[in-house]
Design a protein around this ligand. Sequence first.
Ligand code: 16G
Ligand code: MG
Length: 550
Amino acid sequence: MAELPLEALRKLSDLHPKPANLHFQYGTAGFRTLGSTMDSVMFRVGVLAGLRSKKLDGKTIGVMVTASHNPEPDNGVKLVDPRGEMLEASWEVHATTLANAPTTEAFIEALSTLVKNAKIDLSKPARVVYARDTRPSGPALVAALEDGFKAIGVSARNAEVTTTPVLHYLVKAINTKGTKDEYGEDSEEGYMEKLSSAFKKLVAGKVSPPPLIVDCANGVGARAAAKLSDYLGDSLKLILHNTATTTPGALNNACGADFVKTSQKIPPSLVSILKPGQRACSLDGDADRLIYFYLDDRGLFHMLDGDKIAALVAAFIVELVKGAGLGEEIQVGVVQTAYANGASTKYLADRLPVTCVSTGVKHLHHAAERYDIGVYFEANGHGTVLFSPETTEKLNTHQPSTPAQSTALGHLVNLTRLINQTVGDALSDMLLVEVVLVYKSYSGIEWDSLYHDLPNRLVKVVVPDRNIFKTEDAERRLISPPGLQQKIDELVRRYEFGRAFVRPSGTEDVVRVYAEATSRAQADDLAYRVAGLVYDEAGGDTSRRPAEFL
Ligand code: 16G
Ligand code: MG
């Protein structure tokens, strides 16, 4: 058995010392914190990615350097497993352990333990593909990552500056190359070609929709959207805004999907641009989330979030499955989280099976895999549609008995190519939405009227220790602190269609409170009161109560 290359590891690790007083955690979205503190983390992730690849017999692992919708000084890194999926949970723990080893010697010690416990054969090859978003801290962090690759002997492919979903696509495309499951050509061009040609087939013969305004969050999505726009040609005209990827401080600043979803407002930069009735959408900083919106004829803002996308898409897919004569054989289901608007859950549950899971893409993804066709979306706009291997096979081999069935079947097959099934993908989801809007002849207004969102409010409560908050039932109920859930239940009962839940954030040191009710004032009031309960229970900082809750 080959040994760890100790000399190279020591020499390179010494160039990337761990800051003494910082603790790093591989959380729901990988490591994410101030970019200026992440040099050692990047180096060690480089080494870990190599080991992960060796463990999986030389399959290609992905590494994405991004902090998504976070402000520009932040950065982050996450690993992508060979099928284009998020890193297996047990390795998140290894990542955290390695990142926190205080010295080079401790790091090497931790590596040896991992190699032994995980039974990693070091003589296997290691292959990695990596990319970064447009953050200014990216190049230096990538250099540290590359030192990690060098230290463990990775054959690494640099995918340069691209979106998170493109990187996931590349991982899957590389690992399926030459197999019967070939996912597409393993390049950004291959991705653009695959999506745009499926889109063109789907909308062939239909009336082209009016141009779509795309808010690119001043992030890497701007570059990808510009390329995609060239591939789409006249089939869909995109008007790109917030494309200032090199202006300091512009990334995600008062724009992008997270801004729109959390503030429930149009980005100020689009106020003078968006005309009443016109469709617009926002990508987030690494282009894996998508939120649509429009202004009505009174100029009022309406948001079409991940729940609305799920409703639109799921209903369309069910129709196609029935149309193809496969209604009895293929079960379509939807996966949501507790943040899904109650009105969306009702709309969907009246039509198809709906599951609720904990927050975080990996939970949704795994639950969606249990359906033949699983549609999953978080309200924040992250989501996709998964076709099980058996379903894909069935769609490719089924013999339709009428021309109508044949058409519906053809559309489903094209959807399997249009949709990036590895992870939520703002650009792929945008094309998917556009396809449905074209088929239904919907503008944003008709789409929005599928159901009416219950007014809702999300607030943060800063508490000394968020770890005392523990949940059950897909985060819908608290089991700790004891007694708090009963108090919340009592409050909620006083509001018509009231619903509220409390969970500790997985990405920030806060507790989140969500509330909805039949009116804006009631939703705000319920959120405020529940936040007050949380606050009192957790002994929050009284100087910050209560104005900061709302
Ligand atoms: C991360 C998750 C996202 C989730 C969010 C919740 C991934 C790739 N991303 O961004 O799915 O909605 O965290 O944040 O899993 P919170 O725990 O702070 O509310
Ligand atoms: Mg993102």
